[in-house]
Design a protein around this ligand. Sequence first.
Ligand SMILES: [Zn+2]
Length: 325
Amino acid sequence: MTRTTRRHFLHLATATLGAAALTATPLRARTAPLDVVATTGMIADAARNVGGDLVDVTALMGPGVDPHSYRQTRSDIVALTRADAVLWHGLYLEAQMEEMLLKLADRGHVTAVGEAVPQDLLIGHEDYQGKFDPHVWMVPDLWAHVVRAVRDALSTAAPDHADTFAANAESHLAGIARLGDYARGVLDSVPGPSRVLLTAHDAFGYFGRAYDFEVVGIQGISTESEAGLNRIRTLVDMLVERDIRAVFVETSVSDRNIRALVEGAAARGHEVAIGGELFSDAMGEPGTYEGTYIGMIDHNATTIAGALGGEPPVRGMDGRLRAGL
Ligand SMILES: [Zn+2]
């Protein structure tokens, strides 16, 4: 963005978005890192890996935050309008922010990186035609498309650094490919009848397709619909009839429904364990291994394989997972 369009943009943003008192920021020297704002932690992780020292990345949503229901704060709007590049997921993940982000997108340097996944690889939303399941980060092969889109967006924002971004992206993509191989290997070790993944909401559709698991979410693709008592009853029947021994809680969704299932099954004499906590729509704490994309998926694959009778290494791909999470 040139100085003039940037000022124009700030002015427009103040008028359109209305909520925050904005002051025009002085342009930083060209040597200052690129100011990148990402909606989810996963996208922020991709931007940090691709951008390295050349970017200063802020994630709007931290650990445990549910992107389906997250609504921007005033300080988010200030950060978004001041950023050199805004990276959001799209595919209707940020349902409550979409309108505002689309308005911002008219001004440039705003990219829905999740929408870089080719449409023939996307899973259609069962309730809405033309909408897709946004949870593409669950499978490293799909996430690689998003990492490349992050690389391209950063290169557009700072063309002088395109070569560095390309080299950083290659090395991160190599790590993601290795993660994909690890996930496939440990998940293959789960015996056939146990390949059922029951979680709080439908975040694991791509995971199930890629690794051949039947996936059942108590709530739908978004966490915004409530699960009724009938749904719980039907799922308790399924747990008992199919002898499913473990179900999973998610860090960004209330575990109320999962606990209701476990209690419902226990009342019928069928013991179901909580197989662990999965990172569905948010990563772990910043500064921890689980707070990175690779750590998040390593944790999920290792936890699922271990709880359902597979044989993963206890501490995951590189022995870096925390025990007993
Ligand atoms: Zn979700």
